[in-house]
Ligand binder design. Structure first.
Ligand code: HEC
Length: 153
C-alpha cells in the first residue's frame, strides 16, 4: 500500500517535469548563439592583426592572434554543426600549423610565406562553400589606430 502511494505521488509530478523540460527546450532554442558569419568576422580581425604582429617580429602577439583564430574555428565546429560548410574546416588546419611553426621559430620569411598560403586557403574555402565573393587579401594597413603592433621591450 505504502509503495503504491509513493508511486502515485511520483507519477503526479511527471506532467510538471514535462512542462519544465518543454520550457527549458524553448529557452535553449531561442538562446542567442553566434552564427558562422559572426565567427568569420572575428577571424577576419585576428587574421589582420596576425599579419602586423608577425611583420613587426612581435611573436608573443602573433602567437596570441593565431590562437584567437584557432578558437573561433573550434567554436564553428562546436556551434555550427547545422552548417554543411563546417565540414570544410579541416583544409585550414595545416596552413595554420605552418604559420604556428614560423611563429615558434621566429622566422619572418617563413611567417610571410605561410601567411600567404593561409590567406589563399581562406579563399579556397570561400570558393568551396559558394562564398567566393568574400575575398581575403594580405592587409596593407593595421586594422586599428589604438593598438600598437610593436613588441614590448
Ligand atoms: C570552412 C570554410 C571556411 C574557411 C576555412 C574560412 N572561411 Fe570565411 N567564410 C566561410 C563561409 C561559409 C562564410 C559565409 C558565412 C555566413 O554565412 O555568413 C565566410 C565568410 C567570411 C567573411 C565575411 C564575414 C562578414 O561578416 O563579412 C570573412 C571576412 C571571412 N569569411 C574571413 C575568413 C578568413 C580571414 C579566413 C582564413 C583565416 C576564412 N574566412 C576561412 C567559410 C570559410
Amino acid at each position: 500500500m505504502f509503495v503504491l502511494a509513493a508511486c502515485r505521488q511520483q507519477e503526479s509530478k511527471i506532467p510538471g517535469l514535462q512542462a519544465e523540460i518543454d520550457s527549458l527546450k524553448h529557452q535553449l532554442d531561442n538562446a542567442y548563439k553566434p552564427g558562422f558569419g559572426e565567427f568569420m568576422g572575428n577571424i577576419q580581425v585576428h587574421h589582420d592583426k596576425l599579419w602586423f604582429a608577425g611583420i613587426n617580429n612581435n611573436w608573443d602577439l602573433a602567437e596570441f592572434e593565431i590562437n584567437e583564430i584557432k578558437e573561433s574555428l573550434d567554436d564553428i565546429t562546436k556551434y555550427c554543426t547545422d552548417r554543411p560548410e563546417t565540414n570544410s574546416i579541416d583544409m585550414i588546419e595545416q596552413p595554420l600549423q605552418n604559420v604556428s611553426n614560423a611563429i615558434q621559430d621566429k622566422n619572418i620569411k617563413e611567417f610571410k610565406n605561410s601567411f600567404m598560403t593561409l590567406t589563399s586557403t581562406c579563399n579556397s574555402c570561400h570558393q568551396a562553400t559558394k562564398h567566393e565573393f568574400n575575398v581575403i587579401i594580405v592587409p596593407s594597413t593595421p586594422p586599428f589606430s589604438n593598438q600598437s603592433f610593436k613588441a614590448v621591450q
